[in-house]
Design a protein around this ligand. Structure first.
Ligand code: PLP
Length: 390
């Protein structure tokens, strides 16, 4: 059996090596390393793929979030509501901009921000909601857009883990995540579903004025050469990363399909096993049976395949899998509201009961585009034997 990787970047590279090597060399020969035609073409191709009016490439997903918030003109003291159960980047940029992060609990089944918790956290100072499409599944955008409209709030989608996912609205309309809110951010970190070979990120919006503002912000607040109208940053996607992304973008749906196929096999093996809860898919068309990953839609792109282990033995399972040569991850082990940098007197533990539970139960298994049946069988048998032996 091939050695099992958490994310198999090497195996994926080998499939596209010729194209990648040639296009990187071409960039080197062109010496157009910053901006230039590769970055521009990638931007256009991603706009088309997502069906969004504007893609603004930048240096990484954390910058993308920060720049999105700067573009909206959020001011010191404005409250921004986001999920307690996510990667720290989301809350970090809110705090960096001296906005006030307001963390709220998530849903037990989808792991995504809970619209009811958002409603409870709204005050006259609330200006924006940041749903994170965690592990590759859209947050409940029907509910979130309705709340935002009622209270006149911006919706900033953190789409770092959700690129390629479709959201199915109640009225059956579908839209790619990242094209739904006022503005969205994504990351092209190598292990993301669309990853480059270094750092990269992008901001998406359908708003022409906001896109113009943001194009200036990423470039030192410059709208006319050497005229600095606003305080900006330097955040660029380089041409080598753009050329890698151009090679991979046409394969993104195929890559996400490979992830879904692996997830389906995992689910099948874990069906009916006590103390293991498989990831729940909540797309409106899939709601009839949440543990099925249907063949016809792409409402989950499985950035992570995350189980809940409900017998209290999650940590023992992590150790056991590692001893058997199976990498795994705990995303995330500590709620953001309990992190030293982000804790606050206003938080009440009772308001975070789901996140507090999830940090004890979740385990993410290897998930990437190159998993084969032998590896999946070894992983699922090892997990099941351990759980059953208990
Ligand atoms: C990866 C990630 C980011 C940050 O992306 P970088 O490119 O590493 O800066 C932000 N939010 C979420 C949810 C992520 O998973």
């Amino acid at each position: 059996m091939k050695k099992i990787q958490m994310v198999d970047l090497k195996g994926q590279y080998e499939q596209i090596k010729e194209q990648i090597d040639a296009s990187i060399l071409e960039v080197i020969h062109s010496t157009a390393f910053i901006n230039g035609p590769e970055v521009h073409s990638f931007q256009k191709e991603l706009e088309e793929y997502l069906d969004v009016k504007h893609v603004i490439p930048c240096a990484n997903g954390t910058d993308a979030l920060q720049i999105a918030m700067m573009g909206l003109g959020l001011k010191r003291g404005d409250e921004v509501i986001t999920a307690d159960f996510t990667f720290a980047a989301t809350v970090e940029v809110i705090a960096l901009l001296q906005l006030t992060p307001v963390l709220v609990d998530v849903e037990l089944d989808s792991f995504n921000i809970d619209p009811e918790a958002i409603k409870k956290a709204i005050t006259p100072n609330t200006k924006a909601i940041v749903p994170v499409h965690l592990f590759g599944q859209s947050a409940n955008m029907d509910a979130i857009l309705a709340i935002a409209e009622e209270h006149n709030l911006y919706v900033i989608e953190d789409n770092a883990q959700g690129i390629g996912a479709n959201y199915q609205f109640k009225n059956q309309k579908t839209q790619k995540t990242g094209a739904i809110g006022h503005v969205a951010s994504t990351s092209f970190f190598p292990s993301k579903n669309l990853g480059c070979y270094g750092d990269g990120g992008a901001i998406f919006t359908n708003d022409d004025d906001l896109a113009h503002t943001i194009r200036g912000i990423v470039n030192h607040g410059m709208y006319k050469r050497y005229h600095h109208d606003v305080v900006g940053v330097n955040s660029r996607l380089d041409a080598i990363q753009a050329t890698v992304l151009r090679a991979k973008l046409p394969k993104l749906d195929q890559y996400n399909n490979a992830r879904r196929t692996a997830a389906r096999k995992y689910n099948k093996a874990f069906q009916g096993i006590d103390h293991i809860i498989t990831p729940q898919v909540k797309g409106n068309q899939c709601r009839t049976d949440k543990s099925t990953i249907c063949e016809t839609c792409d409402c989950h792109v499985f950035h992570q395949y995350t189980l809940r282990v409900t017998n209290g033995k999650r940590d023992n399972l992590v150790t056991h899998l590692n001893n058997q040569g199976i990498p795994c991850g705990v995303y995330y082990p500590i709620p953001l509201h309990s992190q030293k940098a982000y804790t606050h007197d206003r938080y009440n533990e009772a308001d975070f009961s789901i996140t507090n539970q999830l940090v004890q139960e979740v385990i993410s298994l290897p998930m990437h585009t190159e998993l084969d049946d032998e590896q999946i069988e070894f992983i699922t048998n090892t997990v099941i034997d351990f759980i059953k032996d208990d």
